[in-house]
Design a protein around this ligand. Structure first.
Ligand code: PLP
Length: 452
């Protein structure tokens, strides 16, 4: 058998990793994961690790689901591939489109398939511009997103997002993309109530629209809860005001549900949790619980009526609606429904998870704030809790804390100065207790290193 050191040497020689500093990898070597079950994943050293990130925010039903394996293998035997170009379809694609129209918020009944969240967002950019062109308003082509927004890694999705290092790498900020501030009250709202700040953050959209001219703005995009930006759940006043502004200026509203979808926030979609009525909604990740790559764009009748009347859709992917991925997504949605996972997050595990994390956050000197909703959480690490003083950018307490978590056989993610948890929706109370205990140990070590 191959040893860990051998895997690491091979990986170093041949493999360029996303969102990884190759230099650090050169020093440490990759961590090699070999198998998984439920909420646990094993590495090549035999360590059993609690994966409270559900992979990359995606393994909603947990690892090791034979039902999904069976759905994939059955579909592979029957029809491993066919495409959806040139008026073709297969039964699984049709069934999944219909199923998604049932679970998505009312009115979002029309579906386009892609393979990743990034592709779904690229699709949206093209469809939305097409939508305005077909109505003789081609100048309505600017997209407004948010700082720290994440919508994917293709060139266009990078522009849609508001991640400065991503814009900087490869001159990746295209013209036609603007950003407003992220609605993070704890950081930007000193001296204001969360509700006041929520309105102010939303009104930054109005200011931006007026600056650009509504006749030039195509759409606003936001994640109901910003995920990769550090789990930023907005004040309650934020989304209703965003909705009002989009309607007032006739700007399409896009809710990026790639992380928030499929039960994560305690409803099927983050839009349900926050009462958002989007015109378009990209989704991926939890759609198949990550077992196979698949993504979808749901759109309402206003959008579908226009694009359906506009001639050939000159857009699509070889694997748009891949039948095997569709079969897995259908089986995955069955599991979420049959096991009542959405309600479980809303009524049982979500509240338990939050309460346990809140206790930890309140008591811990290095944690300034707990954010999130349902089964997604961020712990903001701070230098001085009493004075709400953040760590300077050059210090990396979260990265240290993440390494201490790994020593405890726990996976949490470090985003800026925030520790993030986003476990499978199947996580048990005992596993939440284990997560809390290990997180506390890692926070203790991190705090000690900073004399806190
Ligand atoms: N949108 C959001 C909100 C995401 O969090 C992500 C990925 O993390 C994406 C889009 C991009 O999805 P993918 O990595 O599947 O391209």
């Amino acid at each position: 058998t191959t040893t860990t050191a051998e895997w690491q040497a091979l990986d170093r020689e041949h493999h360029l990793h996303p969102f990884t500093d190759p230099k650090v990898l050169g020093e440490q070597g990759v961590r090699v994961f070999t198998h998984a079950d439920g909420c646990y994943i094993w590495d090549s050293e035999g360590n059993k690790i609690l994966d409270t990130m559900a992979g990359l925010w995606c393994v909603n039903v947990g690892y090791g689901r034979q039902e999904l394996v069976d759905a994939a293998s059955k579909q592979m035997e029957t029809l491993p591939y066919y495409n959806t170009f040139f008026s073709s379809s297969t039964p699984t694609q049709i069934q999944l489109a219909r199923r998604l129209s049932e679970v998505t918020p009312a009115g979002l009944d029309y579906i386009f398939f892609a393979n990743s969240g990034s592709e779904a967002n690229d699709t949206i950019i093209r469809l939305v511009r097409h939508f305005w062109e077909l109505q003789d308003q081609p100048s309505k082509n600017v997209f407004i997103g948010r700082t720290l927004g994440y919508h994917g890694s293709t060139l266009a999705a990078t522009s849609l997002g508001g991640m400065a290092p991503m814009h900087a790498m490869g001159q990746s900020l295209l013209p036609g993309f603007e950003h407003i501030m992220e609605p993070h009250w704890y950081r930007h709202g000193q001296g204001k109530t969360a509700e006041e700040f929520g309105l102010e953050a939303a009104r930054a959209l109005e200011t931006k629209i007026l600056e650009l001219g509504a006749e030039n703005v195509a759409a606003f995009i936001g994640e109901p809860v910003q995920g990769a930006g550090g789990v930023i759940d907005p004040p309650s006043t934020y989304w209703p005001e965003i909705q009002r502004i989009c309607r007032k200026y006739d700007i399409l509203l896009i809710a990026d549900e790639v992380i928030c979808g499929f039960g994560r926030t305690g409803h099927w979609f983050g839009s349900d949790t926050y009462g958002i009525e989007p015109d378009l909604m990209p989704m991926a990740k939890g759609l198949s619980s990550g077992y196979l790559p698949i993504a979808a764009v749901a759109m309402n009748k206003r959008v579908s009526d226009v694009v359906n009347g506009g001639g050939v859709i000159s857009h699509g992917y070889t694997y748009s609606g891949h039948p095997v991925a569709c079969a897995v997504a259908l089986a995955n949605i069955d599991i979420i429904e049959r096991e009542g996972l959405v309600e479980k997050v809303r009524e049982e595990t979500g509240p338990y998870f939050r309460q346990a994390l809140q206790q930890l956050a309140d008591a811990h000197p290095i944690v300034g704030e707990l954010r999130g909703v349902g089964l997604i959480a961020g712990l903001q690490l701070v230098r001085d809790k009493a004075n709400r003083e953040f760590f300077p950018a050059e210090e990396q307490p979260a990265i240290q804390c993440r390494e201490h978590c790994i020593e405890e056989n726990l996976i949490l993610r470090a985003v800026g100065h925030t520790m993030v948890a986003c476990p499978p929706l199947t996580i048990s109370r005992a596993e939440i207790d284990e997560m809390i205990e290990k997180t506390k140990a890692a926070l203790d070590k991190t705090a000690a290193a900073y004399g806190l």
